[in-house]
Design a protein around this ligand. Sequence first.
Ligand code: BGC
Length: 738
Amino acid sequence: MKNRYLLAVGAVLVPTLVSTAYAQDADGSKAAEARADEWAARTESRMTDDERFGMLHGFMPLPVGVYAKPEDREKWPADTVLGAGYVAGVPRLGVPSLRETDASLGVTNPFSIRPRDTSTALPSTLALGASFNLGLARDAGRAIALEAKARNFNVLLAPGINLARDPRNGRNFEYVSEDPLLSGLVGGEAIRGIQSTGIAASLKHFSLNSNETNRRQWDAVIDRAAHRESDLLAFQIAIEKGRPASVMCAYNLVNGAESCGSDYLLNQVLKRDWGYRGWVMSDWGSTYSADFALKGLDQQQGQQLDKQVWFDGPLRAKLADGSLSRERLSDMVRRILRSIKLVGIVDGAETPAPAIDTKAHDAIALEIARQGIVLLKNDGALPLLATAKSLAVIGRNAHVGVLSGGGSSQGLPAKGWAASVPVGGAGNMGQWRIERWFGGAPVDAIKAAMPNANIMFDPGMYPQDAAAVAARAEVAIVFVNKYDLEGFDSPDMSLPYGQDAIVEAAARANPNTIVVLQTGNPVKMPWRDSVKAIVAAWYPGQEGATAIADILTGKANPSGRLPVTFPASEDQLPRPNVPGYGQPTDKPMPVTINEGADVGYRWFAARNAAPAYPFGHGLSYTRFAYSNVAITGGKSVTARVTISNTGERDGADVPQLYLLSRDGQAMQRLLAFERVELKRGESRTVTLRADPRLLANYDEDARTWRIAGGQYALAVSHSAAEPAAMRTITLKSSSFGK
Ligand code: BGC
C-alpha cells in the first residue's frame, strides 16, 4: 500500500510524448462526438447494474480527520491516488476509475497526505482575471493538468468561476472576477488548457456559491432572468468555449432548491436549454437525497461527507420502485462515459504523462503574478529609483514569504511553506485554517533587485517601530495582508491585526510610503490618501516575491486591471452585512440577492456611486492613448480603436468596451476587451466585438435573449469608470438563442 503513491509519482520521471489524438477529440468535432456516443452506448449497455451504480458515486481518499481513518487505506482500490476523489471504473470494459484532484491554483496535497509531493503553486485566480490574458489562462490550465496527470489523476476539479459578488467571500481568490464575460472567457480557456492534456475538467460551483457563511444553508433568492444575465451567463460562456467534461454543482440553494437537486438549474437550464451533454457531479457533501438524480445530478461525490451514499442503495431502491427510470440510469452513466471518451481519458488511460517542465511551469506562475498585479495608485513613487540608497520594508512576514489562500485549493510549492500559522476556527473547515506562506521573501527579492540600497526590515508589530524605521529611509514599503479561505467569510473589508495603524504610522513618518496588498479580496484602505502608491498583489503564488520586486523596480511594467471593484466601504455593498455571519444554522437561510445581475461595477453604475477603485482600473509606467475610435451597431456592436503607447516604456494595455446606458437608463456592462502588448512608441488597431447577450435581457418566459430597440450609449474605456471615447448608436429589437 505504501508504494502506491510512489508508483503514481514515478510517472513524473518517465519522459514520453502525449498523444495528440486528445487535442483532436477535445475539439468536439461531430465525428468525435458520434464516436464517443457510440462507445458510451455500447459500453453502458454491456454493464451490470452494480457496475452502473458503481460509477455514480465516489469517496474522498483522504485518511485524515473526518474524511477517513488511516486503516481505511487498506480497503481502497490499488489505483487510488490520495487526494480529493475516487470513483470506481469498469476495467473489463476499458472504463478507467476517476481519480480527482483540486484545483485551479495547482495540484493540491491536502494535509500533505502524499509526503514530499510538491507542485507548481499559481497565484490567485483573481490575478489571472486581472491579467485579462486568455492565453495565460489556457497555459495555466494546461500546466496544472499536466502535473495532475503525472500523479495519475485524470479529473481536475477546476476551474471555479463563481462571480465575486461580495468582497467578504472567503473563496473569491479562487474565482476570476465579478464580470460574467471575463469569468466565462477565462474559465473557458482554462478548461481548454486542462482538457488539451487528455484529462477532464470540472467547472464549478454551479451556481451562486457567492459566500461561505452557512454555505450549505445559504439560499440565494434571485430573479431568474437576472441570474441568467450574470452567474449563469458566465457558466454558459465557459461551457461553450471550453466544453468541460463535467460541471460541479454547489453547496448552496438557489430559489429554495439545493443546487445539486435543482431541476431548474440542472435539467432545464444546463441540460435542456444549453444542451450540455457532460456529467454533473456534486460538490463534496452536497448530495442531500437520492431524488437529486431525478433533478439532474449524475454523480454523488465525497460521499462520506453526506448522510448516506444516496446514489447506491437508496437510488437502487428508486430503480426497483420505478421512480428512477432505466433511461435515466443509462443517461447518467453514458454522460460520464461519453465525456471521458471525448476528452481522452479512455484512450489515454495507459499513456504515461510527459515529464514536467518545471521551469516552464515556474515561468507561468511568475507571469501570472507579474501580469496580474494591479498598480492601484502611483503618485510618482514607483518604479523605485535604482539610485535609492535606503529602503524600509515593513510588514508581518515580509522577511519570510508571500501569503496564499486556504482550503481545498491550497498549494504546496517545491520551495515549501516558509511559515505556517495555525489560525483555527469553528467547524470542520477550522482544521484547514492555517496561513501558509510560500518561500521566497519579498525582503530578499527586493535586496536582490536593489543590491546597492540599504534595506531595513521591521515586522510591523508596533506603529512606533514602523514609524522609526520608515523615518530613516528614503522610501518605506509596507506589506499588508489578509488571509482568506474556503469555509469562512470575513465580517468586513478591514485588514486584520492592526495593520492600518502600521501603514498610517509609516506614512506619517515617510512621505514616500508605498503599500503592497496581499489579499484575496478588495479591502478598505483608510490611509489611501496618505500613501504615495498602492500595489494589489492578491496572493501572488510561488514566484510572488520575485514578481512584486519586478513590479516595484520596474523590471516588469504593471499591466493588471482590477477584476473586481474596490468599494470604499461596506455601506456601498448590496448587503452591508454578511447575512447570517457568525450565526450557524441548520435551516435554509434565504438571502435576497438584491443586486440581481448588477454585480460589482454594474451596481455602482446603477447607483451613480464612486468606489475606491473601479473594475478594470490599473496603472502602468507608460501611457496609452486611444484614437480613431469607431463604434458600429448591427446585430451586435463592434468597436475599432487604435491604441498607442505614448510613454517611455514597453507595456500592456487592456482597452475595454462598455455599454453605459440604454435610452438614457444606466445599464453598464463589459461587452468586450483585449490585452494588447505594445513597445514604446508602438500603435495597434484592435477590433472589440460584443457578445450580443451582453446587450440583451433574458426573457425567462420565452426562454430567449432579447435586445430591446433603442439608443445605446457605448464607450471604449480605460476602466469601468474612465470612458475614453463615447458613442451612441441605435439598435433594432431582436431575439436570439437560449
Ligand atoms: C470544494 C470543492 C472541491 C471539493 C473537493 C469542496 O469542499 O467546495 O471546490 O473541489 O471540496 O476537494
